[in-house]
Design a protein around this ligand. Structure first.
Ligand code: ZN
Length: 203
């Protein structure tokens, strides 16, 4: 399986990193070795001094698809959760500055913790979904999927112009404003509405 991540999908987050608001979706891929499940602790890697949290809504693809039309895209995922797109921000800034790919900053081991998947049918409206990240019990990021520049269906249609999706693939759909660094000892808890999706420790 693969993990596809959308960048700059909330305008307030694009602004906080001084990135332009994109005219079409920006995406990149993490390897499956980046996944952390079941609230496994995250170990800060030794090559970075600045790992940032980015909470995101994550979709799980339920069937293969290529060139998926936007109006049928909702049939390609039944379950969602929240996850963290961990980013070695210092490494990423250097790579961006040099015009190089982001894999070292985004694809390292443990860079993709995911929560427990819930059926989207159990949620009232996935296009107006509140989600938030608490670090040590304090709210650091708060988003609503209605503020996405590109909604779930548009994202799926766009990605599959280029890349075939397979059953089990994950799509991280972008982070709202408020990203920041983690340190050893932090506890990260992610919520969709008021339901806890993940709760793990940084080491
Ligand atoms: Zn992200």
């Amino acid at each position: 399986m693969k993990i596809i991540c959308i960048g700059r999908n909330y305008s307030e987050h694009a602004k906080e990193l001084n990135n332009p608001v994109p005219e079409e979706p920006v995406f990149f891929i993490k390897p499956d070795s980046a996944i952390l499940r079941n609230n496994t602790p995250f170990y800060i890697p030794e090559f970075t001094n600045e790992v940032h949290f980015e909470i995101e809504i994550v979709l799980k693809i339920n069937r293969p698809g290529k060139h998926i039309a936007e109006q049928f895209a909702h049939k390609y995922f039944d379950e969602i959760t929240a996850g963290i797109d961990f980013t070695a921000r210092d490494v990423q800034q250097e790579l961006k500055h040099r015009g190089l790919p982001w894999e070292k900053a985004k694809g390292f081991d443990g860079a993709a913790p995911i929560g427990l998947f819930v059926p989207k049918s159990s949620l009232t409206d996935i296009n107006a979904l509140d989600f938030r990240l608490e670090v040590n019990g304090e709210i650091k990021q708060h988003g609503n999927t209605r503020d996405m520049l590109f909604g779930f269906d548009k994202i799926i249609a766009y990605i599959t112009r280029f890349v075939t999706l397979k059953k089990g693939d994950l799509i991280y759909t972008g982070t709202p404003a408020g990203v920041g660094p983690v340190k050893a000892g932090d506890r990260l808890q992610g919520f969709i509405a008021n339901q806890s999706m993940f709760n793990f420790q940084v080491k």
